[in-house]
Design a protein around this ligand. Sequence first.
Ligand SMILES: *[C@@H]1O[C@H](CO)[C@@H](O)[C@H](O)[C@H]1NC(C)=O
Length: 329
Amino acid sequence: MVGSLGLCMVFTIFALAYASPKNVPILSFDEGYTQLFGDSNLMLHRDGKAVHISLDERTGAGFVSQDLYLHGFFSASIKLPSDYTAGVVVAFYMSNGDIFEKNHDELDFEFLGNIRGKEWRIQTNIYGNGSTGIGREERYGLWFDPSEDFHKYSILWTADQIIFFVDNIPIREIKRSEEMGGDFPSKPMSLYATIWDGSTWATSGGRYKVNYKYSPYTAEFNDLILHGCAVDPLEQSTRCGEGDADHNSLSEIGLISSERKGKMEEFRKKYMTYSYCYDRIRYPTPPVECVIDPHESERFRGLDGVRFGGHRKHRKHHHRSPSSTTTTL
Ligand SMILES: *[C@@H]1O[C@H](CO)[C@@H](O)[C@H](O)[C@H]1NC(C)=O
């Protein structure tokens, strides 16, 4: 117990020193976002500084940034619904699927609910230029209960790298490489937050459905950060204002010292429960960017049965249905 608390504190202190962009304005809902769907299932609180989105038997709900961004630091403090949440999916992600239907880019945090007494799991994923045939999912446990309090989930996206953070701790880094080519997201994206019914796949591959007896399920969002330059997606012209993210300030957030890298590896060793790189059923030959470690290979054998597919975040508004792979492990 003391050990894990200690680890937590080390993580926190270290993270504050490295991963907090300075003077990043926290926008109210009306300043940066619009409702996407879900009518009264989206509610504003604290003068629009807090957003609640709910799922009930009628509908889920979601919101989207008013602008598209090419690179930036995107973050929210999120508190997930508690208790029986099987089948419930909360997604915090970037996408341009509405504009580039055939070759969209995407960066995902997905929170997958669970049956009572079992923790939420988080999944990260990326698609680039329509690479929906290759899911790059990773799944993790957490060192806290994400339904008990607010925790910060952030995505850093620069021209060279993508880093996912939880409470400022880097949990996944994707470096741009020659071999990945267009699979590395490179077109402007919007930021989205949604809650929806993922009964068909979210919990144990669809074995546990959403039970509306326990609804509404409400996810709460605070401290919404859009730290990037708004971009016209077709002309690619940027509208950078004062205090907006430039290349240097983003690179600073993404600086990975060896100490920091160690923390990330520590997290991954302890909490990662699935990685596409070790899924020999889906990928007999791992995708090019994978670096295979024989020890991890052994560890991931048969862990965390996952079915991929049915990747629909907000049914009504998305016409695409990426990833039609349905692999049952
Ligand atoms: C992205 O996809 C389009 C069409 O599908 C292709 O023409 C283009 O070269 C791709 N871009 C990259 C960077 O791979």
